[in-house]
Ligand binder design. Structure first.
Ligand code: ZN
Length: 316
């Protein structure tokens, strides 16, 4: 079934889809709108749905059938990315929008019969190299074996008011209204209001919450009051506070690390002086390492103590 990483991050929605996939795939939605902060999480969720629906075996997470492999490698003929950079013919010179020509091609392809369950995954894309913050999010949500940004020269974003031209949307709406069977459109949005109502009303909408939402951001902020100047003594104190916070609120340590990551990414975005910038980049790397240590069953206390000592600059 769906990859463990996806199920762990989004247990509720994964459960809903797992039941649907097991019971009656004929009832699988023809159009899905994902809402939430993390576009990569949405993309991997959509790809996992496409993978299970097209798998030639039982849909297991590690399945190596042709369809599963193609989808992980981004090469499946029926599972399509549609953006300013994808599903575009060479002579199409519309660089900033999803063009009429692209949507007409989708319309045309739908008239042909297919042995597969077809997916069209819509998002906004820019031809800018993947920055550190985005790469971390990409790695954070990527299930085993996936390779969706191999050249790292483009960045995935949420659909916004400017991604489509109005004319494009009219043609697309017709496809969404009456798709052939075994066809699913997926729209990756921050908020459904970024997409026209006529498409939203014909879609099933799902919120993919990021783990961060479970943790009180102000709380994380208060733990890191003195950041970036954390003394050795403070390091142990903050580590203890974090561990208590985990116990008292019955949340996972991984979830708290995700929140620290999000907190630092936010700081990174708003860092104006360069000195902090490189420290933040290093510390973000340390949080990712801590997540890996946690996953390999190292004691929570050891993971947090080591992480905080790294923040304090006492351990490399
Ligand atoms: Zn398979």
């Amino acid at each position: 079934m769906l990859a463990t990483k996806i199920i762990q991050k989004f247990p509720f929605i994964s459960n809903y889809f797992s039941l649907l996939l097991e019971s009656n795939t004929k009832k699988f939605p023809q159009s899905i709108v994902f809402e939430g902060l993390d576009v990569y999480a949405q993309c991997f969720f959509a790809l996992e749905l496409a993978r299970v629906l097209n798998c030639l075996e039982a849909g297991d997470e590690n399945c190596q059938c042709l369809n599963c492999r193609w989808i992980r490698e981004g090469k499946h003929p029926a599972v399509n990315f549609v953006s300013q950079l994808h599903f575009k013919e060479q002579n199409d010179d519309s660089k900033t929008v999803i063009s009429v020509a692209q949507v007409k091609n989708i319309e045309k392809s739908l008239r042909e019969k297919s042995d597969y369950h077809r997916f069209f995954i819509f998002f906004d894309a820019k031809q800018t190299p993947l920055d550190d913050a985005k790469r971390l999010l990409l790695n954070n949500y990527s299930p085993e074996g996936y390779d969706i940004c191999p050249d790292e020269n483009w960045t995935m974003g949420h659909l916004n008011q400017k991604t489509f031209s109005p004319l494009t949307l009219n043609i697309l709406l017709k496809c969404v209204e009456e798709p052939p069977e075994r066809t699913t459109f997926v729209f990756l949005t921050k908020n459904r209001s970024d997409l026209i109502n006529t498409i939203v009303s014909r879609s099933q909408c799902f919120k993919l919450p990021v783990a961060v939402q479970k943790v009180d951001f102000a709380q994380i902020n208060s733990f890191f009051e003195n950041y970036p100047n954390i003394t050795l003594q403070e390091a142990f104190l903050i580590s203890e506070n974090l561990q208590n916070y985990i116990k008292e609120n019955e949340i996972s340590a991984d979830c708290v690390l995700d929140s620290i990551l999000a907190y630092f990414l936010y700081k990174l975005k708003h860092a104006f002086d360069n000195q902090n910038y490189s420290k933040l980049q290093n510390d973000i790397k340390y949080v990712s390492e801590a997540k890996m240590h946690l996953a390999s069953s190292i004691l929570e206390k050891t993971v947090f103590d080591t992480l905080l000592l790294k923040f304090a600059g006492s351990v490399k």
